[in-house]
Write a protein that binds this ligand. Structure first.
Ligand SMILES: [Zn+2]
Length: 405
């Protein structure tokens, strides 16, 4: 499981990350901490970073990317990780996407902790730390309703005012937890995280979680979400595996699979079947790719422009370029004669779009995605299910079950 956690300072990111670590045994990776460690260890990179930090400059994306890549390449990240403090910029988010793509993985979920500024400030300002043992208390007693959401966080006061229960040490308010500093830090967080949050929201990966309660309740809330997420993902992967397995038994067509199954499952297509998973390529490029793989293009006027016929070892194959096919299906269905192959394809795409309800594709613009998504929703009711059912009756039940629901 690969998680990213966003949240303003004081929203409980650290606590949640530790709890997730305890339960799922995936490392909690804090980029800021790694940077500080590099500086402490006086590594080559650490020295470079130190110079920048001393000059009051921001560490460049290249440097941050480098240390993050290095950290994520360690063995303990094989089963996933939680990222905290990364990515902070679009460039960093893109690097992460590329890095994961190379190792056949993807971000599963981005948790976005939301808490109204007013409450957050109250909470941070109410914090008291023990000078001797570091134990943390909170004097703020929060119980209010904002925007229809109820926030309830009881105080965690010491038995005796200003004295630590544990060690009798004196309690104090940290400098960086004073109101003015907090306000500045929150503003910084907001400006910095906005575009990156949008980046993940556009990819339907973002899950907003309102920090409404004390930590134990919040941890349970997040665990419930993760459990549900894992369950859904497993069943989707299972269905897609079924489809892919079935497709592999058919040798009478080629599929340009577009973005979907790769984006969802991270499954590399079987080498025996030419399933394409790149998404940005033009029809010409795809066609050239196929030709490199030994396919010969047959002069053929397809029933629409995104349809080619290719030949290899005496067998002809149809190529449907699915993303345009989907678009065509969405925008002008009447032009498209529903034939076996295209239907397959479209049903796959519709399946991915409708059933999964979320798309992650690096290159499609968000507007386009949003439009597609809207169209799918409006089209879902208009699809002539009966007609398609008839055409699809030749397909095995497993495909039908997942093909159009
Ligand atoms: Zn103490």
């Amino acid at each position: 499981m690969i998680l990213i956690i966003f949240g303003p300072p004081g929203s409980g990111k650290g606590t949640l990350s530790s709890a997730i670590y305890e339960r799922y045994k995936i490392p909690h990776i804090e980029t800021g901490k790694i940077l500080r460690e590099e500086i402490k260890a006086k590594t080559k990179l650490g020295k470079e970073v130190e110079i920048l930090v001393n000059k009051g400059k921001l560490v460049s994306d290249e440097v941050v990317n480098e240390i993050t890549e290095k950290r994520l390449s360690k063995e303990d990240c094989n089963n996933g990780f939680i990222l905290d403090g990364f990515p902070r910029t679009i460039k960093q988010a893109e690097m992460l996407e590329n890095f994961l793509q190379d190792i056949n993985k993807k971000v599963d979920l981005v948790i976005n902790l939301i808490i109204p500024k007013k409450i957050l400030i109250e909470r941070i300002v109410g914090r008291r730390t023990c000078k001797k043992c570091g134990n943390i208390y909170n004097l703020a007693d929060i119980h209010e309703k904002i925007g229809g959401i109820e926030y309830k966080m009881p105080p965690l006061s010491p038995k005796k005012p200003d004295v630590c229960d544990k060690c009798g040490g004196e309690l104090y308010q940290r400098e960086d937890e004073k109101q003015d500093v907090i306000k500045k830090r929150l503003k910084e967080y907001e400006n910095q995280s906005k575009p990156v949050i949008k980046y993940y929201r556009d990819r339907f990966l973002l899950k907003d979680i309102y920090v409404t309660s004390e930590k134990d309740i919040m941890i349970k809330k997040v665990f419930d979400i993760l459990t549900e997420e894992i369950k859904t993902k497993d069943s989707i992967n299972q269905e897609i595996r079924e489809i892919l397995r079935y497709l592999e038994t058919r040798k009478d067509y080629i599929i340009w699979a577009g973005f979907a199954q790769y984006a969802y499952t991270g499954l590399k297509p079987s080498p025996d079947i030419d399933i394409y998973t790149k998404s940005l390529n033009s029809k010409e490029q795809i066609s050239a790719d196929f030709q490199c793989k030994g396919w010969k293009k047959i002069p053929y006027k397809g029933f629409y422009e995104h349809h080619d016929k290719l030949e290899k070892n005496g067998t002809t194959f149809d190529v449907i370029y699915s993303e345009p096919a989907t678009k065509l299906f969405f925008t002008d269905r009447t032009k498209l004669k529903i034939e076996g192959y295209s239907l397959y394809f479209i049903s796959l795409e519709v399946l991915f779009l409708t059933k999964l309800g979320q798309l992650t594709t690096a290159k499609r613009s968000s507007e386009k995605r949003e439009r597609d998504w809207k169209t799918v929703n409006t089209l879902r009711d208009k699809i002539n299910i009966e007609k398609i059912k008839k055409l699809m009756s030749k397909l095995p039940d497993s495909f039908w079950r997942v093909g159009l629901v």
